[in-house]
Design a protein around this ligand. Sequence first.
Ligand SMILES: NC(=O)c1ccc[n+]([C@@H]2O[C@H](COP(=O)([O-])OP(=O)(O)OC[C@H]3O[C@@H](n4cnc5c(N)ncnc54)[C@H](O)[C@@H]3O)[C@@H](O)[C@H]2O)c1
Length: 345
Amino acid sequence: MLRVGVLGCGAIGAWHARIVAERADAELAAVCDLKEEAALSAAFGAAVHTEPERFFAEAGLDAVIIATPEDAHVANAQAAAAAGCHMLVEKPVAIDAAGVDAIVAAAEASGLILMAGHVERFETGSAQLVDAVRQGVCGRLAGICARRQFAPGEAARFTGRSTTLRVLGVHDFDLVRWVHPAPVESVYADGVEGAIFERTGLHDHVFTTIRFADGVVASVESAWTLPRAYAEWPSPGGWSPAGNNRLDVFGADGFVSNDMGLRGQQLVAFDDAYGFRAAGIRHQPVVHGRVTGALAAEVEHFLACIRQEAKPIVGGPDARRAIALTDAAERSLATGRPVKPIAVV
Ligand SMILES: NC(=O)c1ccc[n+]([C@@H]2O[C@H](COP(=O)([O-])OP(=O)(O)OC[C@H]3O[C@@H](n4cnc5c(N)ncnc54)[C@H](O)[C@@H]3O)[C@@H](O)[C@H]2O)c1
């Protein structure tokens, strides 16, 4: 039984804790959050800590899932490495490439597994799309379009500590580089500072264009511009709201498209009490009382890598590429000019 801890027990950390607690081959040994009530609500019977130092010193962990805000990831990952814990670090793995490098160095120096929490790598449609592209269905690639759009309610949680591109864009920057692992020539981003920006400081809608050195162009949309009611309803309980997401890859011979968009939602409800709702059933659906889906598959992969001493599907170099694109897009947003990303290979 691997002894696993979760550090940071907020929105996503609580799901990680539940997933580990529900596994038969791992023990949720301890959880830690600076806020005791957050740690308590994600404990599932595990030891509860509010001080990361004591958590690492006392919990006897083999592995930790770090789900704190990204500006705390470097310090927490270094502490995890010092305690000899393999680590799964939520996206973005750090706020910049130097931070990712520091985490990679800490993990490597201690011979520990570092996995990046890029959950889309474990989403069925995304993974099968990449397989199809690799098999040559599209022929010579021309364009990639990625869209990730959610309702604005969640944006407020990231006020003052993150950005639309770090919260949403980084998922697609990783997906785009996974689809097309070629050098990037330039990144141009334009964003809307509308009603959501005024309330939260996060851009309402960002359009990022990525030009690869081989001429392929990718377009990434990252947005909070769905109506609030699309994601907020009290019934049915246990449903996570869906987003309006899609990934299309076009080439000379064909295209592959993973439509996770508004009109293609698989599970919907419509009633007089609350109107229309669509459930996001890709990432953490609860089935027969257990969390399944991409997040559970991500955790399962992490634990399997530890047991088999194997390299994760998505590790430090992937995290570095994704954050280098995020950083370039942020700089382009700030300057209004195309930017060459740092050392993206
Ligand atoms: N993979 C996904 O789909 C997904 C979804 C949501 C969030 N995330 C990522 O997960 C991370 C956390 O986001 P969230 O939405 O859960 O945020 P959140 O604010 O809901 O939770 C963060 C928690 O970390 C705690 N915390 C802060 N600093 C800490 C520290 N130094 N030590 C221990 N606890 C600390 C806070 O008290 C809070 O409870 C971010 O990097 C975010 O981008 C990923």
